[in-house]
Design a protein around this ligand. Structure first.
Ligand SMILES: Nc1ncnc2c1ncn2[C@@H]1O[C@H](COP(=O)(O)OP(=O)(O)O)[C@@H](O)[C@H]1O
Ligand SMILES: [Mg+2]
Length: 153
């Protein structure tokens, strides 16, 4: 009963890094069994931020969002695993921390939408686009772990 492995982009936004919990947050994804295949610190350029959040171009919060994400470094990671896209999204919780379920990262560590700590690709198309936007192919490693056979088949 094997499921296709997916790759998805995770960002720990400036609030996570500034609060000193970036690696603690990332570890939640690792703990669920997802395999880390890419990791780096990035101080996003204006262009990168605009491309990343292009879908929100016309929203009122867009200028503030772009200025926030470019204000300080972020941690960029790519996680891989069965249904990785959905696993990351459910681990993070919904966009607005006050609506997120307890146990999710945004609920347990956050309170307002301006500081919701993490980004995770929303769907397969976004994941493909965002992984390629943030990482060069040679920055992504393909490998297996002994423990993988106890996590998925
Ligand atoms: N109403 C809002 N006010 C301020 N910032 C917002 C608002 N809605 C969304 N954002 C910011 O924009 C990001 C992207 O929004 P969206 O794609 O809807 O959420 P998600 O990050 O859960 O996919 C959010 O994570 C949040 O940082
Ligand atoms: Mg989104």
């Amino acid at each position: 009963m094997s499921e296709p492995l997916e790759r998805t982009l995770v960002l720990i936004k400036p609030d996570g890094l500034q609060r000193g919990i970036a690696l603690e947050l990332l570890s939640q994804f690792e703990r669920r069994g997802l395999r880390l295949v890419g990791l780096k610190l990035v101080w996003p350029s204006q262009t990168l931020a605009e491309q990343h959040y292009a879908e929100h171009r016309d929203k009122a919060f867009y200028p503030g969002l772009v200025s926030f994400i470019t204000s300080q470094p972020v941690v960029a990671a790519v996680f891989e695993g069965p249904r990785a896209i959905e696993v990351v999204r459910t681990t993070m919780g919904v966009t607005r921390p006050h609506e997120a379920a307890p146990g999710t990262l945004r609920a347990d560590y956050g309170i307002t939408v301006d500081f919701n700590l993490a980004h995770g690709s929303a769907n397969a198309g976004d994941a493909k686009r965002e992984v390629a936007l943030w990482f060069r192919p040679d920055e992504l490693l393909s490998y297996s772990r002994a423990i993988d056979s106890w996590l998925w088949r």
